[in-house]
Design a protein around this ligand. Structure first.
Ligand SMILES: [Zn+2]
Length: 103
């Protein structure tokens, strides 16, 4: 079975000599939301977090504690399709537009 995916429009008209290509987003930085997150977490859309859409993706944010021994760890911030900074999901992969020079 094939699913037709609705890709978002690229951010703007490419400048002369360039075009947009869909590339996979770095898997260390973005992942799909889990089943649990989709049901119980809200979109992180700043600054009010009032978006009611279902979350679909998560991005890694590094947090640092301010103790005598500073510690850093990764927190996953969740976003819906609309607020994932132009990213979209195709066949369980997260894609984004990249501007590339025409050959
Ligand atoms: Zn949202």
């Amino acid at each position: 079975m094939t699913t037709t995916v609705q890709r978002p429009e690229p951010p703007h008209t490419p400048p002369d000599g360039f075009h947009w290509e869909a590339i996979e987003t770095d898997r260390d930085k973005w992942r799909l939301a889990t089943w649990h997150e989709q049901r119980y977490r809200v979109c992180r859309n700043s600054p009010v977090h009032k978006c009611a859409n279902m979350v679909t993706m998560a991005t890694a944010r590094t947090a640092t504690s301010h103790g005598p021994v500073p510690k850093t760890w990764v927190r996953w911030w969740l976003y819906c399709d609309e607020h994932a900074y132009g990213r979209w999901i195709e066949h369980t992969r997260i894609l984004q537009w990249r501007l590339v020079a025409d050959v």
